[in-house]
Design a protein. Sequence first.
Length: 347
Amino acid sequence: PVFLTIETTCDETAAALVTDQLEVLASVVASQDKLHQQYGGVVPEIASRAHVERILPVIHETVQRAGISLADIDAVAVAYTPGLAGSLLVGVTAAKTLALALGKPLIGINHLQAHIYACRMAAGRDVFPCVGLVISGGHTCLYRCRDPLDFELLGTTIDDAAGEAFDKVAVMLGLPYPGGPSIQKAAEKGDPHKYAFPRALLDDPNTLDFSFSGLKTAVRYAITGPGRHDPSQVKLSDQEVADLAASFQEAVVDCLVGKSFRALEITGFHRLCVGGGVAANKRLRTRLEEEAARRNVDLVIAPLKLCTDNAVMGAIAVEKWKAGVFDDLYLDAEPGVVRRSSALIHG
Ligand code: ATP
Ligand code: MG
Ligand code: FE
């Protein structure tokens, strides 16, 4: 069987064709980065309009590259939650329409779970059970993943997402969007210990939550001093930008690494899967690798092209299909917030 997977949760219009053996027949990602660049962040209305323009060409190109026809598709899967309402709606509507027209089953998938499933696709082997860390533009979530259909949220951000913090700090430093890659690049020549930025909640053993807004504010005041002026208007030397970027990045990485390994202790699991755009960060990857080697943890980090939004990770739909879990045409976009499925940490 062949699955068409559709992804339009944020600002990437993507489709892929995968088999029940998790073989990828084709994958197409149309990025909108250029459209949002001048605003320093994703503008929801622009994103949804761009999805409308791109969704059909992207699906057609995917089918063409796989050398099959729409009639060969056995199921249609779509990320229906969470994300931007207008963006999700485009993918969900396309998927429902195709499922109806082709008379094939529809499978709704959770975008954050798909980000973890990117690790399964990359590893080419079973990765469950594992602790899953999703770090992206809109989310920062730690999951206890017992199996591909059983994700329990252990911790999340109480304010900004990790990627959002990268993007906002990049604007303050006058670095181009998307902020993650620019901060990473600037940080290469910087001193990660130049500024003592806060690591909120890191030392609190009773929570696996994250908080990055205080860090963001600390960077702001490191740039402006006590003044209230716009940080992006402050003239900084290249070295200052590098040091600020490196110190900020180190603070984020400390929190992500610390809480992930704490989650491994709590769950007793020995595998950590990391997905989402921020997982592309080189410093984070190095630190995770060091820590995993030290603690004998099986670490799977999604490769760069599976970190940011794509439809290959939507192959998690195959797991639902195998379990007989389908949706009907009442499937709706659920922009939603991430809901914690359990009480915090016990013991
Ligand atoms: P979500 O998955 O929460 O809906 P999204 O789709 O916008 O959000 P992704 O496409 O997974 O998120 O990731 C985009 C984010 O990843 C951006 O915030 C970007 O700055 C960040 N990012 C990309 N590369 C890097 C990097 N090398 N270092 C740090 N952050 C990065
Ligand atoms: Mg994106
Ligand atoms: Fe994403």
